[in-house]
Write a protein that binds this ligand. Structure first.
Ligand code: GDD
Ligand code: MG
Length: 351
């Protein structure tokens, strides 16, 4: 049984002021039809013999997730709720425990809820190519050809092939520093980790037990003492608070000897920042991307989005991002778009 596990617990702070604590980016319509979460769910529905998804989300977003699923017309999904965020390794462990209740041989397709994929057919194809390696016990990642020394991604070095499509991973390096990332891109033998994974639920828990036994024990405890109601599965808040915070990338993928990669060549973006959104979208003849009521005079390579009724007008500027909402306006240089999270940090610090 192939079960999609959709990770929807991120906060998307770099897309402030549109992405907010109560409405983070995965639940927003930023590009294309429906929200990023709904587009992710829709992609899974095209996979052959796929079962209903498991969603892992924050308790705070339970109605957003449930309503958006309903709107997508997807039935039978399980929504697991986290009382606090403990990053992706525990979230995936919760999903794996749930999946095993459905099928002891379950294959888990882990998908971040906040990615844009330009070519859904090649995504479907890649998942099918990954099935044999996953069934054979490999933890399969989907590798994207890097085109810049991005430091926010994991890098995967390919080794020999395992089967027709999959390669063994020689080395997995999560979020290298700038010089290291640059050397990997120049080397040519590295792919970006897309953050999507395919493996047997039982194999993931085995690996977690080997590399992060305390985390696995704490997650099991929180899951076992949790409870379900009509629509949601809630883990025990006190027990889940004791779970160590770590990502699958650091906790498992950097350590396992059973990682494999399927190279994927589709348009892919994790929409990590406003500049990533600008990069992934359509541009007019001046390189601008505009949404809502905007006017661009002598403006190039800029992203202008008005999410309220105010007009944004720019004159004689390049490489700028301007985003306005009813209660906040952001103006940032495209090169500094990663630092938007500092605004959110400062707002948090000042209460
Ligand atoms: N349920 C849940 N709980 N989901 C979470 C949590 C959590 O505590 N933390 C993050 N997520 C979700 C996010 O919403 C996102 O969809 C996904 O898990 C990945 O988390 P990110 O925080 O966005 O990870 P990242 O972008 O820094 O790095 C990962 O993705 C890159 C590609 O976008 C890594 O896998 C990198 O290796 C990879 O290159
Ligand atoms: Mg991300």
């Amino acid at each position: 049984m192939l079960i999609p596990l959709i990770l929807s617990g991120g906060s998307g702070t770099r897309l402030w002021p549109v992405s907010r604590r109560n409405l983070p980016k995965q639940f927003l319509s930023l590009s294309g039809d429906g929200t990023l979460f709904q587009q992710t769910v829709a992609r899974t529905q095209k996979l052959p013999e796929v079962s209903a998804p498991i969603i892992v989300a924050s308790e705070d977003h339970r109605f957003l997730a449930a309503d958006q699923l309903l709107e997508s017309g997807v039935e039978g999904a399980s929504i697991l709720l986290e009382p606090v965020a403990r990053n992706t390794a525990p979230a995936i462990a919760l999903g794996a425990l749930k999946a095993l209740e459905r099928d002891p041989d379950a294959l888990l397709l882990v998908l971040p809820a906040d990615h844009l994929i330009g070519d859904p057919a090649s995504f479907t194809n890649a998942v099918q190519q990954a099935l044999p390696a996953a069934r054979a016990g490999w933890l399969v990642t989907f590798g994207i050809r890097p085109d810049r020394p991005e430091t926010g991604f994991g890098y995967i070095r390919r080794a020999e092939s395992i089967d027709t499509h999959a390669f063994r991973v020689e080395r997995f390096v999560e979020k290298p520093d700038q010089p290291t990332a640059r050397s990997y891109v120049e080397d040519g033998g590295y792919d970006w980790n897309s953050g999507m994974f395919l493996f047997k639920a039982a194999r993931y828990l085995e690996e977690l037990g080997e590399h992060a036994p305390d985390m696995l024990a704490a997650v099991r405890e929180a899951y076992a003492t949790g409870h379900g109601d009509l629509d949601f599965v809630r883990v025990d808040a006190e027990a889940f608070a004791k779970v160590p915070d770590n990502s699958i990338d650091y906790a498992v993928m950097e350590k396992t000897s059973r990682a494999a990669v399927i190279p994927v060549s589709c348009a892919w973006s994790d929409i990590g920042s406003w500049s990533a959104l600008w990069l992934s979208g359509q541009h007019d003849e001046h390189g601008n991307q505009r949404e809502g009521d905007t006017l661009a005079v002598n403006t190039r390579n800029s992203l202008l989005r008005s999410h309220d009724r105010h007009m944004i007008a720019t004159v004689g500027v390049d490489d700028l991002i301007v985003v306005s909402t009813p209660d906040a306006t952001l103006v940032v240089h495209r090169d500094a778009a990663q630092d938007v999270k500092k605004v959110v940090d400062q707002l948090k610090a000042s209460g």
